[in-house]
Ligand binder design. Structure first.
Ligand code: ATP
Ligand code: MG
Ligand code: MG
Length: 356
């Protein structure tokens, strides 16, 4: 049989490995950690630093195709892997998506709308950016941010607030983004095959709590549905321009003049977890199909409505009570240690008929 190499061993890798297993593929993880949520379901695990050329070569040798469940892999590592095997999505897509400045510039270059933003290199640059963008605004590190980490809100152009925000993000290279007053957030989740075919899942309405995704619901409410076509059109251009292969996710705010691009993820996405039971083919399965050169499955919704809720942090849960809803599907990621803000699992609930 064939083996899929997955860089990263978290829950996305776990669910990708499960989808691959159904199609007869073995999963081999490469990660700096000795173990992780993907370990329960992967056939092999290579622990190695991203700079460890020997470990990377051993990994690449053992697999037939390489993909990522984690995008913050150093460019040099990606280049090295690309020289050793078939890597999807490609190094350029990954490089652009892991840098907020380059992903916004790339998107804007294709004619898309973003919030106003300015690069911020130092504390003096922050003062200048606030003068130009105004307040409220959000200061975000250019790289490595996730779940709202590496972000600080600036409510007024007051030097003490700027000091605090700059310290909060650790004085790292950043950008200042104008605060978008939106009613809804949504994502475009697409899969592009090796032959360039693009398919979309329904765009979920995403609600974040304290910077972390809380719920994703399809179908999204009317104000989101009204903007999905435009958001998809540019997303398609992004995918083609990058010669992207696999699942690509773009996050948007529904603004009053149309969709405003926030960021993209060059991978399967938390807001697409509903597709496991809620779509004919899940994001994980279609990602596997795309990178392995197989025909894509239907992305059609398989229920009247689907709601995905993240299980976050250490709160005690009554799993039996969740499962007492006979349309609920519980996913636990096998994380042994619950920490505040940590994604422990999710629940997907299906609405089977047209009535609410
Ligand atoms: P993710 O876990 O999605 O990768 P992240 O750390 O990369 O998160 P963002 O997606 O940039 O961070 O921001 C997290 C959330 O904060 C957004 O989904 C949105 O709710 C809010 N947010 C971010 N930027 C803005 C903005 N310019 N205006 C208003 N709200 C924002
Ligand atoms: Mg992000
Ligand atoms: Mg985000």
């Amino acid at each position: 049989g064939s083996t899929i190499g997955i860089v990263g061993g978290g829950q996305l890798g776990r669910m990708m490995a499960m989808a691959g297993a159904q199609l007869g593929y073995r999963a081999h993880i490469f990660a700096p950690e000795p173990s992780g949520p993907a370990a329960d379901v992967a056939a092999d695990w290579t622990q190695g630093a991203y700079e460890d050329a020997t470990a990377l070569a051993r990994f690449a040798e053992a697999v037939d195709v390489i993909t990522y469940e984690f995008e913050n892999v150093p460019a040099a590592t990606v280049d090295l892997l690309a020289g050793l095997g078939h890597v999807h999505p490609n190094a350029r897509a990954l490089g652009i998506a892991q840098d907020r400045l380059s992903e916004k510039a790339f998107f804007a270059g294709l004619g898309g709308r973003t919030a106003p933003y300015r690069p911020v290199a130092d504390r003096a640059g922050l003062a200048l950016a606030v003068e130009e963008i105004g307040a409220p605004a959000i200061l975000k590190t250019t790289r490595f941010g996730y779940d709202g980490k590496g972000q600080a809100r600036i409510m007024a152009a007051d030097p003490a607030q700027l000091d605090r925000a700059w310290a909060e993000i650790g004085g790292r290279p950043a950008l200042l983004e104008g605060f978008v007053r939106f009613d809804h957030e949504f994502s475009v989740i697409l899969v592009r095959a090796r032959d360039g075919e693009v398919r979309f899942w329904d765009s979920p309405h995403n609600v974040h709590v304290e910077g972390i995704l809380s719920t994703s619901v399809v179908p999204a409410p009317a104000p989101v549905l009204a903007q999905v076509d435009e958001a998809r059109e540019i997303a398609t251009q992004v995918a083609h321009a990058l010669d992207y292969v696999g699942v690509l996710t773009l996050e948007y705010f529904a603004g009053d003049k149309g969709p405003i691009f926030n960021e993209m993820a060059p991978r399967v996405h938390n807001s697409g977890h509903w597709t496991i039971e809620g779509a004919v083919t899940s994001q994980f399965e279609n990602h596997v199909r795309a990178i392995c050169g197989l025909p894509l499955g239907s992305t059609a919704r398989a229920a009247a409505g689907v709601a995905m809720e993240n299980i976050i942090g250490a709160r005690a849960h009554d799993w039996a009570e969740i499962l007492a809803d006979e349309t609920a599907h519980l996913h636990l990621y096998g994380k042994h240690e619950a920490r505040p803000g940590r994604k422990m699992g999710h629940v997907t609930r299906l609405r089977l008929n047209g009535t609410a």
